[in-house]
Design a protein around this ligand. Sequence first.
Ligand SMILES: [Mn+2]
Length: 418
Amino acid sequence: MPKKPPTTSAAAPAAPRSTPRRRAATVSRRPHPDAAVAPLDLPSELLGGLSPEAFMRRHWQRKPLLVRQALPGVQPPLSRAELFALVERDDVESRLIRREGEPGQDAWQLRRGPMPRRALPAATKPGWTVLVQGLNLHVPAAEAMLDRFRFVPQARLDDLMVSWASDGGGVGPHFDSYDVFLIQVHGQRRWRIGRMPDAPLRPGLPLKIIDGFVAEQEWVLDAGDMLYLPPGWAHDGDAVGGDCMTCSVGFRSPGRSELARETLLRLADAVDDEADAVARPPVYRDPGQDATATPGRIPAALHDYAQAALSRALAQPGALAQALGEYLSEPKAQISFDPGRTLPEGCGVRLDPRSCLLYDDRRVYCNGESWRAAGRDARTLQALADARVLDARTVAQASPELRELLTQWVEDGWLLPD
Ligand SMILES: [Mn+2]
């Protein structure tokens, strides 16, 4: 289905006077490839009248934003019964959390899925909640909801989680280390939030629950309302009146040590491959070594040789970029693809919801693997990464090499004929 291009900048309203850091009007803007995302400089209902650009400047990673009726008339992406059925699947990450007793001295129970459907208490029993991660991988309506947030780089998007709670159900006051959009899709939930950077956690619980949570603000969200929270804001959401369903758009914030470890591991593989490719890999030589009276001491020249080897591995053009891209595009552990289809002539393609396609100036990265790409083929793959679809005409114009790659991805189940 061809998408109508967003309105041109000529139709855009004048910049609000209250925006001092507005960039010059001469900056040419690429329209966002997803029609579900408003042009980046136009007010968006989803963001309470802020444009995606203004939201990113003022709120992202900085301060909360409550949007009443961000998604008016929103429909839950699945029914309660469909959600409850997901806890039985071993390819779905789910949790059941129950709270008993009075606030402050309450007992918390956590059970991780998969579990039989009958492990869930009656919907009328108060104080429990079930959470399902990665709903976008299994339910197209959930992927469509996640798509609304593609004004944030794909490498930062994690998943859409859904939770259902009976009256009073919730996961308790806690922190997250990532940004989150909390979208109320059915029933009501009371959110209480506060800044408590040094808050202690309650000991001996299966959940990370803040001890002595003090809220600064609280709101009851109705279906269609949305709350954005930056990382580190303590928050507590309790279902009001039962049959409460909330979707959370979660982001990934890779840790510094995680990025160092994962890229170094991949660089190490590249170093091994390089050594395997030559008949005599270079070794340390020391024709200048003097006779030593301290044989236990590591020679300084050997340290320098190691340092140079490491620097060389890091300095290989594109090596770090490749390691990073392959890592960032890697599927989560429980994800598998269903192979076995072909790419018919004359049709477009759509990325499977489980596929992660990223790119930089030299390469494209898909599900942990990478390919060099240049020229028109690179632009086509970049367009696929940004929009997650290619129309039939674009696919028909692909080079034989690109056609072969797309066919391979369809056979692997990474890409679907569209
Ligand atoms: Mn949270």
